[in-house]
Structures are given as C-alpha cells and as structure tokens.
Design a protein around this ligand. Sequence first.
Ligand code: GMT
Length: 375
Amino acid sequence: MKIGMVCYPSYGGSGVVASELGKQLARRGHEVHFITYELPFKLNKFYENIYFHEVEEFQYPVFKYNPYTLALANKIVSVTRHFNLDVVHVHYAVPHSISAYLAKQMLKERNLPVLTTLHGTDITLVGAQEEFYEITRLGIEVSDGVTAVSQSLARETRKMFGIEQEINTVYNFIDKDEYKRLPLSGLRSRIARPEEKIVMHISNFRPVKRICDVLKSFELIQRQVPAKLLLVGDGPEAGVMEKYADKLGLNDKIMFLGKQESVVELLSLADLFVLPSEKESFGLVALEAMACEVPVIASNVGGLPEVVKDGEVGYLAEVGDVATIAAKAITLLQDEALRLQMAQAARKLAIEKFNVELIVPEYEQLYLKVMKMVS
Ligand code: GMT
C-alpha cells in the first residue's frame, strides 16, 4: 500500500507511535509518506520506503496566525496526487483529521480513505476545551475509520462527544528486539552505589505528568531504601521541579538528565519506573520500561490499567496518592525476588500483548477496510 502518515514530528507519544508504525510498515514493503512540518525526530536517518514531505510555513502580513491546517490539507492533496496514495493515516485528531477531510473534498477525482488515530491529549485536553470541542467531533465523524490507543480512550471519546461511531482500539506497540534490557554497564556504578536502587521517570515534564508526585514519593522511598532518582526529559515543569528537589534537600540523590536519545540504555539501569500522571490514555513509556524488565508503579487512570497489570508487573495507585506509591515502591525495592519476578512478568506481558508483530497487522487490516469502504 501507499500510505500517507500525518503526525506531530516533535517529541511526544503520538509522533513516536506514528514514526515507529511508519518504519514497521516500510519494513513490510509498504510505501510510507510522512507529511508534516519537520522530519519526525525518530526518522533521522535513511529508511527504505519512507518519504518525507515538508509542509512549509507561509508568511503573509494579514495572517496573524499561520494557517497550518490549510497548508497541510493542500500538501496532502499534492502528495496524494503525485504518489497515488491509497490511504491517509492521521495521528492526533486536531487539526490533522480536519486537514485530511479538506484534502478529501479537494480531491474530486478520487475518494481518499482517511483513518484517524486518537492518542489521548487530543481528546482529554484539546477536544475537551470549548474552543476545540466541535471541530474535534467533526474530525472524528468525517473520518472513514477511527482508532484509539486504549479501550479507556475509546470509551471516553464516545462519552465526551455522545457518538455511537465505531472506535477501534489498537494498542501502542513495542519492538521487543529494540526495547530489551541491556547488560549491566559501567554507567550504573558511576550513577549509584551498589546498594542503591535506581528509580526512574521519563516524560515531557508537563503538569499532567505530576512530577511533584514522583519527587514526593521518592522522598518517602529514600528514607527506607538507599536509592537514586533519575529524571529523564524536559518541559515546562523542569525548572520548578529542580527547585523542589532543592527544597526537599535531595539534590545529591536526584539527577535531572534532560532530554535523552538512548532511552533503552537508561531504562536498563532502572530498578523501578514511576508514572503518576493525572491523565494517560496509554502510557507508552510504561510499556517501554516493562519491555526493558522494569516494574512500573503508575496511576490508576485512563489506559494505564490496560498496560500495567496491578500486582503482576508493578502496581497502580490513585492519582496523587503519594503514600501508596511510596509504600508499594518500598515493598518492591526491599524484596529483590519479588522485583525480579515482576520484571520478568513485565517483559512477558509487553511481548505477549503489545508486540509489534500483533499490532501492525491490525492497522494494515484497517487500511484495507477503509479503502474498501470508500471504493
Ligand atoms: O502525554 C504525552 O506524553 C504526549 C502525548 C502526545 O500527545 O503525544 O501522549 C499521548 O499519546 C501517547 C501515544 O499514544 C500515549 O502513550 C500517552 O498516554 C498520551 N498522553 C496522555 O494521554 C496524557
């Protein structure tokens, strides 16, 4: 198939999923055309069967805001015509599904099938805003097929917009050969003493991630267990959290590593991963940790219970329940046999439920379905 892939190219779960999906589809012989404003950061080398089409910025004095939605629609039209695309798959409802719909209207000579994947914040944070509610609903309704990355997100979307439309759950996925625990490296001994456990959190440091809960629970953990906290990523909360670590007097035990490329190498150092988000439609990073044999303690929200099996691969705690996060972490970090058992179970679940080999064919089937629908 010739597939148009529309996504946000910057750091963030939806762009990562789109890029990884594109790579997998290309490997399976499909031609994948990324259409976005920048080369997605996960596609920074040559991949056979992958093409990139940049939506260029157009400045004009009367445009106070650059009409990206329209420029993207136009680009989808030209790429579809030139490369004879069979289907367009947009990631993130706003504005991508609207641009694809406009492109569909402009392509009078053919019927372009559009599949929209909802990733979470497009619904729970953007679509929930009054300013974007109706346009998000329209984007969903005019798509030929819609997927959500968890059952929870599919339910929430139907409820929020009062729609009956079918929303297929297609889980995010992991490549088990890429995401696997690396052998112990010298790095660990440079970061922590042998008796110290490593607790890790990776995110884009937005308020929704509740990084203060990571710090608060770590403060309780380190009273009972010798430990280091590694914080990976960057974003609006980073500065505030650095000050908070200072206030807690934990500067020598908390490392802010900023944005990092080699997440697998870092996850391979971790004994425990903490993800106490306020909202999380799936929690791709939790899955990445699990694949690298790291038990996860996550909040009991959104799609996280579908990824983190409570009591089997880690634990769930209610949002903001720092005491429970700390208590569960201490239990796990003080019982190495239990921690290892959960680490193994985490990898097993990641492979059995979220394996790339299982999930990518689900998208292929949906492409065929929407192509058949519009033909
Ligand atoms: O919250 C993020 O880290 C970024 C956000 C995004 O918009 O890219 O991630 C969303 O999509 C990811 C990929 O499907 C999911 O794993 C995240 O759970 C989801 N984030 C939220 O729902 C808050």
